[in-house]
Design a protein around this ligand. Structure first.
Ligand code: LLP
Length: 426
C-alpha cells in the first residue's frame, strides 16, 4: 500500500479509505456513496485543538452536520457553532453541552430565538432589531440571554467572493462603526447580558494576514467595550482556515495560524489588561479531507470534450458548480494506472454547470469504473439536494477498518416525504 493523502492509500490498483477498499464499498453499499474516515476526523480535531491549547474549539456544524460526525466531535470535547434551530437540535442530541454552543445567524426566526433561550445557549446577535426581540422573549420567560454581537470587521479575506463574510458590503453582522453603540445599548436592556464578541471573515482563506488584522481590529473593540464597563468573557474569531484541495497548494496549517495570531492576541490583551477567552469555529479543517465521494461511471462520451457521465452531480457536491472549486478526482479501481488523457467528469443533473471536474488527466475511463472525488467532507452532503428527483446518497463511516452505515440511501419514497395531494386531486 502506498499513501496518497494521509488516510488514503492505494493497493492492487484500488483506492483504500481508512484501510477499506473503495471498490468493495461500492459493491456492498451501492453508488453514489460518501465515505468518511473516523480516525482522520479525530486526528484533525486533535491537531487543531493542540495548536490552540487554551482556546475553545466550536466545530461549525454547517460543514457536516451528520449526527455521527457531531457525536465523534462531542466525544473529542468540541463545542459547536450552530446556524439554525436544526443545527442546535442536532448538536445537543449529539451530546454537546449547551454551555459550549454559540447560536449564530443573520436572520433567526422568533421560534429559533425562543429555542435558544429555552436551551440556554449563548446567542451571537446580528442586529439591534434581533437584540430587541431576544430581550423581549427573555423577559417574558424570566430569563437572561447571554449574548455576543456578530461584528462585521470590514476585512478582505482574499477568498472567493461568495464565501467572504466580513466585508463591509456583506449581509453579516453589525457594521464596525456601530459596535460600541450596540454594546452600550445592550448593557442597559433587561433580558440580555453581553458577555462576548464574535466575527467571522470568510472561508477557505489561505493567507494569514487577514487573520492577524482581524485580531487587531477585534482587540480595538474589546478595549473600547471594556471602557463601557462591559466585561467580555470571550472573543470568538470565527474560522476560515483553508485546506489544500490541490495537492501542490501551500496552505497554512493550524500551527501556522496559531503562530501568526497567538502572539498578537497575547500582546494586545496584556496591553489593554483584558483577557477574554478565545473561541474558534473551524468547519472545513475538521471535516474537509475526511470524506471521499464515490460515484459510478454510467458512460463515456466523445463530444466537444471527453465526458465521463457519473451518478453524482451538484445535487451531492455543489462546490465546483457554485464556486468553481477544485476537487481532486481519481479512478478508484485504476488508482495506480498512469494517466492516458483528459476527462471531464459530468453529473446527471439537467444543467450545463453540473460538472464535478474539468479536464483531468486520468487513466482510460470506462463504464462501471468508480470515480473518487476527494475532500468532500465539508460542505458536501450538507449542501446536497434532491434536485431532478434524485434521492440523496448514503454515508458510510470507516472506523478501525470497518464500515458502518451512518445514513442510508434515500429512495423515491423520500422524494414524497411530507407531500400531500389536495382532496380535489385525489
Ligand atoms: N463560523 C461561521 C460564523 C461561519 O459562517 C462559518 C462558515 C464557519 C464558522 C466555518 O468556516 P470554515 O472553517 O469551514 O471555513 N459552502 C462554502 C463555505 C461556506 C462557509 C460558511 N460559513 C464552501 O463550500 O466553500
Amino acid at each position: 500500500m502506498f499513501e496518497i493523502e494521509g488516510h488514503l492509500g492505494v493497493r492492487d490498483n484500488h483506492l483504500f479509505i481508512g484501510g477499506v477498499d473503495a471498490v468493495d464499498l461500492v459493491g456492498e453499499y451501492g453508488s453514489p456513496l460518501f465515505v468518511t474516515n473516523e480516525e482522520r476526523l479525530r486526528e484533525n480535531y486533535r491537531r487543531y485543538q493542540r495548536a490552540f491549547p487554551d482556546t475553545d474549539v466550536y466545530y461549525a456544524a454547517k460543514a457536516n452536520g451528520n449526527l455521527t460526525i457531531l457525536r465523534i466531535l462531542a466525544e473529542e470535547g468540541a463545542g459547536a457553532d450552530v446556524f439554525s434551530g436544526g443545527e442546535l437540535y442536532m448538536a445537543l442530541l449529539a451530546g454537546i453541552s449547551s454551555d459550549r454552543i454559540l447560536f449564530n445567524g443573520n436572520s433567526k426566526t422568533d421560534q429559533e430565538l425562543r429555542y435558544a433561550l429555552q436551551t440556554g445557549v449563548r446567542v451571537s446577535v446580528d442586529s439591534l432589531d434581533e437584540l430587541k426581540t431576544l430581550a423581549s422573549f427573555a423577559r417574558e420567560t424570566g430569563k437572561v440571554a447571554e449574548i455576543a454581537f456578530r461584528v462585521n470587521p470590514d476585512i478582505s479575506p482574499k477568498t472567493h467572493p461568495k464565501i467572504a463574510t466580513g466585508l463591509s458590503t456583506s449581509k453579516f453582522g453589525i457594521p464596525y462603526t456601530q459596535v460600541i453603540e450596540a454594546y452600550d445599548t445592550a448593557k442597559r436592556i433587561e433580558g440580555v447580558k453581553p458577555v462576548g464578541i464574535h466575527c467571522h471573515i470568510g472561508s477557505q482563506i489561505i493567507e494569514l494576514t487577514p487573520f492577524v488584522e482581524t485580531v487587531n481590529r477585534m482587540m480595538d473593540l474589546v478595549e473600547q467595550i471594556d471602557r463601557l464597563g462591559v466585561k467580555l468573557e470571550f472573543l470568538d474569531l470565527g474560522s476560515g482556515l483553508g485546506i489544500p484541495y490541490k495537492k501542490d497548494e501551500h496552505v497554512p496549517t493550524p500551527e501556522d495560524l496559531a503562530d501568526a495570531i497567538l502572539p498578537v492576541w497575547s500582546e494586545r490583551s496584556d496591553a489593554i489588561g483584558v483577557h477574554p477567552r478565545m473561541i474558534l469555529e473551524p468547519g472545513r479543517y475538521i471535516t474537509g479531507d475526511t470524506t471521499v465521494l464515490l460515484t459510478r461511471v454510467n458512460l463515456v462520451k466523445e463530444a466537444h470534450k471527453r465526458f465521463v457521465g457519473v451518478d453524482a452531480g451538484f445535487n451531492l457536491m455543489i462546490r465546483q458548480a457554485m464556486y468553481g472549486a477544485y476537487h481532486h478526482v481519481l479512478v478508484a479501481n485504476k488508482a495506480d494506472l498512469p494517466p492516458m488523457g483528459l476527462y471531464t467528469i459530468a453529473g446527471p443533473i439537467c444543467e450545463s454547470g453540473d460538472i464535478l471536474a474539468h479536464d483531468r488527466e486520468l487513466p482510460p475511463v470506462e463504464k462501471d469504473d468508480i470515480i473518487a472525488v476527494l475532500d468532500v467532507g465539508a460542505y458536501g452532503f450538507s449542501m446536497s439536494s434532491q434536485y431532478n428527483g434524485r434521492p440523496r446518497a448514503a454515508e458510510i463511516l470507516i472506523s478501525h477498518g470497518r464500515p458502518y452505515v451512518i445514513r442510508e440511501h434515500e429512495t423515491v419514497c423520500d422524494l414524497l416525504a411530507k407531500q400531500t395531494l389536495p382532496p380535489h386531486l385525489l
